[in-house]
Design a protein around this ligand. Structure first.
Ligand code: FES
Ligand code: FE2
Length: 341
């Protein structure tokens, strides 16, 4: 229970911040995001210190936000920059909290902990998102889900559920076989599955990366950074051939906890095959949307309801060999949280 504070959370896609104030709820806190005059992202507490009006209902004036209730204006540092009733007087006490914020790799990253500890080099890198000349990209997707983010991570870190939960879409029996290698570097976790010389997964037969009946080497490789930054690459090549001769589907999955029971899930798919083919892009988007919304979400919601607010460890979950990555994620989050306590 509880959240790690001293880490970077993805607050939004950069594209979500247009000319209007943007409201986000992250680890239970109401945040206002907006762009200043030079396009730079600004993040403030969304609650006006005067009579607690939601600032995102106000308007952007230059590099400040004007409160919709009595018109106090706050700048990027959260200081009162303008008091319409006493323009000459500085209101030192009128401050809102300001959060370190950085735009990188299409995301707006926010530091929810102690500002002096905000280190930009700790932002996990997602270089693929900028490589539009190499990959064909799907759209930037957003799902608001009534799910605890750790339960979503349990789901993402162990893809063996695909065979049962996604039998017609992402499922493939060979996911449960092959060799799995999981390791940790600092707080970053990798978990790679390698399935040599098996049947071709449907996902790659439809866009003709390989043909039905081909024997293929199949890889599933994931990377996780605390608290909710996840990268997955799933690819095939003909048995024994270099990976570059086959193709892969990459995906970025970014989980932002709203509170203990809700999350925002942003994702994007990209690929090496069928370049520029909009039909393939739409088909892949439809498969992902169906799998995440109609298959994963109801199952995770049912799990969350059954857990009924009880602690994961106190329920003494049975732990299988395939749970190693998911367990390491939970242990890492627990440790980071304990270090802050
Ligand atoms: S509530 Fe914001 S200025 Fe009064
Ligand atoms: Fe799933």
């Amino acid at each position: 229970m509880g959240f790690v504070r001293n880490c970077w959370y993805a607050a939004a896609w950069g594209s979500e911040l247009r000319g209007e104030p943007f409201h986000a709820r992250i680890i239970g806190e109401h945040i206002l995001l907006f762009r200043g005059e030079a396009g730079q992202p600004i993040a403030l507490s969304d609650t006006c210190p005067h009579r607690f009006a939601p600032l995102h209902m106000g308007k952007i004036v230059g590099d400040t936000i004007e409160c919709p209730y009595h018109g106090l204006r706050f700048n990027a540092e959260g200081r009162c920059a303008h008091n319409p009733f006493d323009p000459g007087k500085r209101l030192g006490a009128a401050r809102v909290r300001s959060y370190p914020v950085v735009e990188r790799d299409r995301f707006i990253w926010i530091w929810m902990g102690e500002p002096e500890r905000a280190d930009e080099s700790l932002i996990p890198d997602f270089p693929w998102l900028n490589q539009i000349d190499i990959y064909t990209m799907s759209g930037e997707k957003i799902m608001h889900q009534p799910l605890n983010y750790k339960l979503i991570l349990d789901n993402l870190m162990d893809l063996t559920h695909g065979q049962f939960l996604h039998p017609t879409t992402l499922g493939n029996e060979s996911i449960a076989t092959g060799t799995l290698r999981t390791w940790q570097e600092g707080n970053r976790l990798y978990s790679n599955r390698w399935n040599p010389d098996g049947a071709a997964p449907t996902l790659f037969v439809l866009p003709a990366v390989v043909q039905a009946g081909d024997r293929v080497d199949y890889w599933n490789e994931m990377r996780w950074d605390a608290p909710g930054a996840y990268y997955l690459e799933v690819g095939v090549t003909l048995t024994g051939r270099p990976r570059a001769e086959g193709g892969f589907l990459g995906s970025v999955h970014m989980l932002t906890p709203v509170d203990e029971a809700n999350s925002v899930y942003r994702y994007l798919l990209f690929r090496t095959f069928a370049p520029g083919n909009d039909e393939v892009t739409k088909a892949l988007e439809a498969i992902a949307e169906h799998a995440f919304r109609k298959e994963d979400e109801p199952m995770i919601a049912a799990v969350q309801a059954r857990m009924a607010g009880r602690d994961f460890w106190e329920m003494q979950p049975l732990i299988l060999k395939t749970d190693q990555a998911g367990i390491l994620v939970r242990r890492t989050l627990d440790r980071l949280r304990a270090e802050e306590a």
